[in-house]
Design a protein around this ligand. Structure first.
Ligand SMILES: NC(=O)c1ccc[n+]([C@@H]2O[C@H](COP(=O)([O-])OP(=O)(O)OC[C@H]3O[C@@H](n4cnc5c(N)ncnc54)[C@H](OP(=O)(O)O)[C@@H]3O)[C@@H](O)[C@H]2O)c1
Length: 316
């Protein structure tokens, strides 16, 4: 009961900005985005569906060479077939919840040929069933935050980023409902698993990680974090069927959800100084509620946890 009330409050609180109404209101002030990504190499995770698929195809249409990561071979083939410049869309089949596979990826020919200019850490899942990966981690933890952490850190340590490279992390407005935690991100006990809470923690961690990376890396590469609002995708259909049925007419399409990703890559604004997050081309605060402001851990403790988790995965 309390849980349902909290969800209702949350949805009502953010309806005006996260729904398609928020997008339309913001977009009424925009000029047409005509990005030129020629000469750039993009790496997009979770490129076989939803926001990631739209992003990969749009970047390719605007001239980029796009390395598209997904685990579904036929969906990757369809993606390539739908590209405006199919020869410049390179599908790579990979399970993005596997630390070992991600670590090997940095040596893949598609990645070693040219430096990465834009990395879009888009992949993300909200799982209602508890499941462990072969490396022993809860699958949404491994996909949503451990994988992007390992991918970005590995590409950087293997010197795979270009000089003006940009990393765009795709978070979620769901992160507003939770403070930063560390080991509680990885719930290995099926009885205690709450997929929605887990997802929110991973997405909160993504915001904190963005600020931490910017502090550490000082623009090499620059890191941004955005959220797409509520978008009607296969992910939402399977994870939140009731939410989708109820709000279907108010959800954004993939193009609207991906808009800020493309805008960040085209416009290159400075990351929000206060650790905030982008929505509809505007800076938004990192916190909307006082109870999340002081995380239960500091970002460095969360990063240390991820680093340890990555090392352990490689020992299995
Ligand atoms: N949609 C929304 O309303 C919304 C709101 C806030 C934030 N977001 C965030 O936006 C991002 C994209 O969301 P979306 O709604 O577009 O998701 P989606 O429709 O579920 O698409 C995600 C894609 O990632 C792939 N994928 C999932 N797990 C993978 C794995 N382990 N290895 C490789 N590929 C994998 C999926 O392919 P398979 O078919 O193989 O599963 C799918 O093609 C996520 O980070 C999500 O959290 C979305």
């Amino acid at each position: 009961m309390l849980r349902s009330l909290a969800s209702l409050f949350f949805y009502a609180r953010f309806f005006n900005s996260f729904s398609v109404r928020g997008y339309r209101r913001a977009a009424s002030d925009w000029s047409e985005l005509e990005p030129d990504f020629r000469g750039q190499t993009w790496l997009v995770t979770g490129a076989t569906g939803g926001i990631g698929r739209y992003t990969a195809l749009a970047a390719n249409r605007h001239g980029a060479r796009v390395i598209a990561l997904g685990r579904n071979r036929s969906a990757l083939a369809e993606l390539k077939a739908d590209a405006d410049q199919p020869r410049r869309l390179l599908p790579v089949e990979i399970d993005l919840s596997s630390v070992a596979a991600i670590t090997r990826l940095a040596r893949h020919k598609a990645i070693t040929t040219r430096p990465i200019d834009v990395l879009v850490n888009n992949v993300g899942v909200l799982l209602n069933q508890h499941e462990l990966t072969d490396e022993g981690y809860e699958r949404s933890f491994a996909t949503n935050i451990l994988g992007p952490f390992v991918l970005t850190e590995t590409l950087r340590s293997e010197l795979r980023f270009g000089q003006q490279a940009l990393v765009i992390n795709v978070s979620s407005g769901g992160m507003y409902g939770t403070p930063l935690v560390s080991d509680a991100m990885n719930c290995t006990d099926p009885k205690r698993f709450d997929g929605m809470a887990a997802y929110a923690r991973h997405k909160r961690a993504m915001v904190a990680l963005t600020g931490w990376w910017n502090e550490q890396w000082q623009g090499a590469p620059t890191v941004q974090v955005m959220h797409p609002g509520w978008v009607d995708t296969a992910g939402v259909q399977s994870a939140l069927p009731l939410f989708r049925r109820t709000l279907k007419s108010q959800l954004r399409n993939a193009e609207q959800g991906a808009d800020t990703i493309l805008w960040l890559a085209a416009q290159r604004p400075a990351p929000p100084a206060d650790g905030g997050i982008w929505l509809d081309r505007e800076r938004q605060p990192a916190h909307e509620f006082a109870f999340t402001r002081n995380g239960l851990v500091k970002p460095e403790a969360m990063v240390a946890f991820l680093r340890q988790a990555a090392e352990r995965a490689l020992e299995t």
